[in-house]
Design a binder for this molecule. Structure first.
Ligand SMILES: C[S@@+](CC[C@H](N)C(=O)[O-])C[C@H]1O[C@@H](n2cnc3c(N)ncnc32)[C@H](O)[C@@H]1O
Length: 299
């Protein structure tokens, strides 16, 4: 019999490609038999008033898993701490309702899925919500992690001359490049909102919550990370553009004299506005869709 965590994963898997913003959401969602069985077992062993701790772990586990899956579908969304707390509350209330009514399917259809839908809608601008109401399924965005070798080749990094310390912004859950640079003896760090491991040089943090200290970094690197999101805001979501530009400015100011910020995709339209007396900008067109940029702070 699968553990409760496994059955939660199976339940999330079964609905992974469903659109929570679809207007007939109750008709499109499914319940995995293993998950139903796990809930039924929990109900049977339930005394009516289980202590909060009995399910608190599952509540935060499920909310975390859900957030990961939402980012896999739309990496440009931002689920802040208050949003996560609200999501946890939905899972808590769902379980409490199941305890009261002892009717799992009705609780899921009448309360849980509509509540999730409303919660997710709150993360989208109004016009996106409208366009998503009509489709039962969601597409998948290509949003992968890349090997260290691939990134070194893409950026043409010469490890012998990389200025330290190095920070990989949006380093990926496995932090491939950071680990590779460390293994080569370089002082490298990574930040990402989703990380698999905790170690002193990899920090789980949202880049908007991370303070890039002035004059601190010899090298900043971001492959399909921060500038991918800035680019998205520039093209599709103007409401997010200003905060991305301010963060970009903070990162540029975080370069030590002579330091370099290397990133992909490049930002041709945005880079024109960078002060030419302070920064040298080099751009390389890799293919029709992708350019790589290097911003060097003049000493
Ligand atoms: C396409 S992956 C690339 C990862 C890595 N740079 C590589 O090349 O393998 C983009 C990464 O950016 C991270 N990311 C997205 N938004 C973020 C945010 N607001 N704060 C921190 N990391 C973020 C994601 O978690 C993901 O790991």
């Amino acid at each position: 019999m699968p553990s409760i965590q496994e059955s939660i994963q199976q339940q999330l898997n079964i609905n992974q490609s469903k659109n929570l913003l679809f207007e007939y959401i109750q008709q499109s969602m499914s319940v995995a038999p293993s998950f139903l069985a796990a809930l039924e077992t929990l109900l049977i062993s339930d005394t009516g008033h289980p202590p909060e701790e009995a399910y608190a772990g599952f509540v935060s586990f499920t909310a975390n898993e859900m957030v990961k899956r939402i980012y896999a579908i739309n990496p440009y969304l931002r689920v802040g701490p208050a949003d996560t707390a609200a999501l946890e509350q939905i899972y808590r209330q769902t379980w409490q309702l199941i305890q009261q009514t002892r009717d799992i399917k009705t609780t899921l259809n009448a309360f849980h899925y509509p509540a999730l839908s409303k919660w997710l809608a709150g993360l989208y601008p109004e016009e996106f919500q409208k366009s998503l109401r009509g489709s039962p399924g969601v597409g998948r965005v290509t949003y992968e992690e890349y090997s260290a070798e691939f990134q070194i080749e893409l950026f043409g990094l010469d490890l012998a001359s990389l200025q330290e310390p190095i920070l990989d912004v949006g380093c990926g859950s496995r932090a491939n490049l950071v680990r590779h640079l460390r293994a080569a003896g370089l002082e490298a760090y990574g930040i990402d909102r989703c990380v698999d491991t905790s170690c002193p040089y990899i920090l789980q943090v949202d880049w908007f919550d991370y303070r890039f200290e002035k004059d601190r970094w010899g090298t900043l690197i971001s492959n399909m990370g921060f500038t991918n999101h800035l680019n998205y805001a520039y093209r599709h979501d103007f409401s997010q553009l200003e905060r991305h530009l301010l963060k970009m400015k903070e990162m540029m100011e975080a370069l030590a004299p002579g330091g370099c910020f290397t990133y992909a995709p490049g930002l041709p339209a945005v880079e024109e506005a960078f002060p030419a007396q302070q920064y040298i900008i080099q751009r390389e067109q890799k293919n029709q869709d992708l350019s790589v940029s290097r911003i060097i702070r003049v000493e």
